[in-house]
Write a protein that binds this ligand. Structure first.
Ligand SMILES: Nc1nc2c(c(=O)[nH]1)N[C@H]1C(S)=C(S)[C@@H](COP(=O)(O)O)O[C@H]1N2
Ligand SMILES: [Mo]
Length: 359
């Protein structure tokens, strides 16, 4: 891999991935959940904040946090993954937050469903999209902007679209969107607008930067491309054994090892996870735990590996969802480095402990 730039390093130290050993938890503790913040984390105070719902609606609404909390509670447990996850493994590497595979986490988001709020506001019959705007402001692609994304109406009224004020049972931490964020279960991370301050009903497609320039699959920047929506399937493994501090290369003793991890897709439930211990020449179906109630909550898999010979191995895992999406072995390149769900590779050294080194 070409050396990362200073700008990428600075982004990588502000934002962080989920350490892969956290795949062992069904719900990712807040501090281990990945984090992606385009600009600065705003310091918002509950009493000085409100959510406005306006645009092509019969009744504009202005809701305080107390009013939102007084509405019926709804929790969605969803795996959330940044659309740029896997970007750093593309060649040439699109310059942005240089994710390897760790830009993921699963949290229980509690708030109130968006649909009844929209019903109360009364959407005009020609409304096509809802625009969700965050409080955070910055400059990107020479455009001074507040972070904003839109959703088509038929997606916005889905059961698992929530105005969330809690993460894993506690108020949202500042970095994850305090006091309120949008959560659209199953969609790539960028959809889940943090520090939400306004929702605007519009009858024309929204052309803001994060919609029309970013988060599109395209081969070059002149190509309008197609917008990213739901997460493609991915299986990840909690790397076995112990790591070397600097290289993160893994060391395991000879013998049997439980390989385990989780797999998810925003399209449908995971129906197959396969494991390879010989660099992809042969694949074995893993055991799958029960799929959680919703397809977009990751599903645990496990498989016992008998490491019978010393030497170097490459462990891999790959998932297929019930909609037929699979993971490619080699990354598929696109200009901004999105949706790279190529198969994870975990190099491991199997040690013959009788021959010396003890782990
Ligand atoms: N207001 C706002 N919302 C945002 C972002 C942001 O920078 N500002 N980043 C988006 C992106 S790209 C991702 S991947 C997710 C990350 O959510 P998390 O940091 O809670 O994991 O938030 C999304 N929502
Ligand atoms: Mo993201």
């Amino acid at each position: 891999m070409a050396e990362i730039t200073y700008d990428e390093l600075r982004l990588a130290t502000r934002n962080h991935g989920m350490p892969l050993e956290a795949l062992r938890w069904p719900i990712t503790p807040a501090g281990l959940h990945y984090l992606l913040v385009h600009y600065d984390i705003p310091s918002l105070e509950e009493h000085a904040w409100s959510l406005s719902i306006s645009g092509a609606v019969a009744h504009g609404l202005e809701l305080s946090l107390a009013e939102i909390r007084a509405r019926p509670r709804h929790t969605v447990t969803t795996t959330m993954e940044c659309a740029g996850n896997g970007r750093a493994q593309l060649t040439p590497r699109p310059l942005s937050q240089p994710w390897l595979v760790e830009a993921v986490g699963t949290a229980a988001w509690t708030g109130t469903q968006l649909r009844p709020v929209l019903e109360e506001a009364g959407l005009a019959s020609d409304v096509r999209e809802l625009v969700f705007m965050g409080h955070d402001r910055g400059i990107e692609g020479d455009v001074d902007q507040r972070y904003a994304r839109s959703l088509p109406v038929d997606e916005a009224v889905g059961d698992d679209v929530v105005l969330a004020y809690e993460m894993n049972g506690s108020p949202l931490p500042p970095q994850h969107g305090f006091p309120l964020r949008l959560v659209v279960a199953g969609w790539y991370g960028m959809t889940n607008v943090k520090w939400l301050t306004s929702i605007t009903a519009v009858s024309e497609p929204f052309t803001g930067y994060q919609q029309a320039n970013a988060y599109r699959l395209r081969q070059d920047l002149d190509d309008p491309g197609t917008p990213l929506t739901r997460m493609l399937p991915r299986a990840l493994m909690a790397p076995p054994g112990v790591p070397d501090f600097l290289t993160r290369r893994r060391f395991v003793p000879m013998g049997r090892h439980l390989l385990e991890g989780r797999a998810w897709s925003g399209w449908d439930h995971i129906e197959l996870v396969e494991v390879s211990t010989d660099g992809g020449a042969t694949w074995f179906p893993a055991d799958l735990d029960e799929q959680p109630r919703r397809p977009w909550t990751w599903r645990r898999w496990s498989w016992v590996w008998d490491a019978s010979e010393p030497g170097e191995r490459v462990l891999q895992c790959r998932a297929r969802d019930a909609a037929g999406h699979v993971q490619p072995v080699d990354p598929r390149w696109n200009a901004q480095g999105y949706a790279n769900n190529a198969v994870q590779r975990v190099p491991v050294v199997v040690l013959d402990e009788d021959a010396g080194r003890d782990v």
